[in-house]
Design a protein around this ligand. Structure first.
Ligand code: HEC
Length: 311
């Protein structure tokens, strides 16, 4: 099974084997409908049109400089996390926050996104967290609504952006839109805010994701953290995730069914095991053991996501 968190790093996640995906979205290779932007500062970036680029969340000054070089004026986030409005402003860009879930592009939101892309100053940079699922799905749907893409193009664009194949519902969702009469968008008057109202559970999940992503960086460094990356504090980050997990474990949003309660408890067990492994691991086996335990823990995050977030 692919994991979202794994899919964020699809190129080297052991969960990202496309052969295990329930829909084979990769074969035969679709025609190229979007154009990759080869710039290390902008991972997963693709040009959908002269006005619209999609990619991963820009979270460094380097990324913003790259956007500036592309002339970007407006950034649209479809991610749940709150945008870095101040940094965007520093680079002369405006943020619009129109989050979508992992399972689909909601109908109303799709029209708001299309209106934003059509009417706000461009070029526009649209992003989710990893740039592989929500943003390319949304950008494809917007392109269909505005008449520059066929439905097949929207599907193929998502394949090209490496949208993981187990997000079946998101793929289907891209096929549920048609070109609209421009007057329909003219009559729409959404509020384009830099920070949308987001459910507390989404915010907490993003708070868990940040330490998770830092631990993943430590994994990529082979768990041996160089002097220059002393900001990566694995133990602190595991403890942060555990704290949040315990806090939200009491919320009704996390206790919808017995199965969900059990999944969360298992996630907490895996977190505790990973903490133990981190504390004990030593010598040559350290990287191997830790990676295994980290993936195991991540898999238990995604067991719940597969059931309660992605479909
Ligand atoms: C028991 C269930 C459960 C577990 C365990 C769980 N999550 Fe989630 N997670 C959810 C649900 C439900 C959502 C969707 C929330 C929403 O409606 O936006 C979600 C959403 C997310 C999101 C997306 C937030 C956004 O901006 O849209 C991230 C990132 C995330 N989880 C990270 C994690 C990490 C990291 C772990 C493990 C350390 C984890 N989750 C464990 C249930 C869970």
């Amino acid at each position: 099974v692919i994991t979202v968190l794994g899919a964020l790093r699809a190129e080297d996640s052991k969960y990202s084997d496309p052969d295990t995906a329930p829909v084979d979205v990769s074969k035969p290779a679709p025609p190229e409908v979007i154009h990759p932007i080869s710039d290390k500062r902008l991972p997963a970036a693709f040009r959908f049109s002269d006005k619209l680029i999609s990619g991963a969340a820009p979270d460094t000054d380097d990324a913003f400089e790259a956007l500036q070089e592309l002339g970007v004026k407006t950034i649209i986030s479809v991610d749940g996390d709150f945008p870095d409005e101040e940094r965007a402003e520093k680079y002369g860009m405006k943020y619009v926050h129109l989050p979508i879930p992992y399972k689909e592009v909601p109908k109303e939101r799709a029209l708001e996104l299309a209106k934003a892309v059509r009417d706000l100053p461009g070029p526009i940079f649209m992003h989710c967290a990893c740039g592989k699922l929500r943003s390319p799905a949304a950008a494809g749907v917007v392109s269909v609504i505005l008449g520059s893409f066929t439905k097949a193009d929207a599907w193929n664009a998502l394949v090209q952006a490496k949208g993981p194949g187990n997000y079946v519902r998101m793929y289907q969702s891209t096929q549920e839109f048609d070109k609209v009469d421009p007057a329909l968008l003219d009559n729409l008057h959404p509020q384009f805010k830099a920070k949308a109202d987001v459910a507390r559970i989404t915010t907490k999940m993003d708070e868990m994701y940040k330490p998770w992503a830092r631990i993943d960086e430590a994994r990529r460094l082979g768990w041996i953290i160089p002097e220059a990356r002393k900001d990566l504090k694995v133990e602190d980050d595991i403890l942060k995730i555990i704290d949040i997990s315990i806090e939200i474990g009491k919320w009704p949003e996390m206790r919808k069914t017995d199965a969900m309660i059990k999944m969360r408890a298992e996630n907490e067990t895996e977190l505790a095991k990973f903490l133990q492994t981190w504390r004990k691991a030593a010598g040559d086996d350290r990287p191997k053991e830790l990676t295994k335990s980290f993936f195991q823990m991540t898999k238990s995050c995604d067991t719940c996501h597969d059931e309660y977030r992605n479909k």
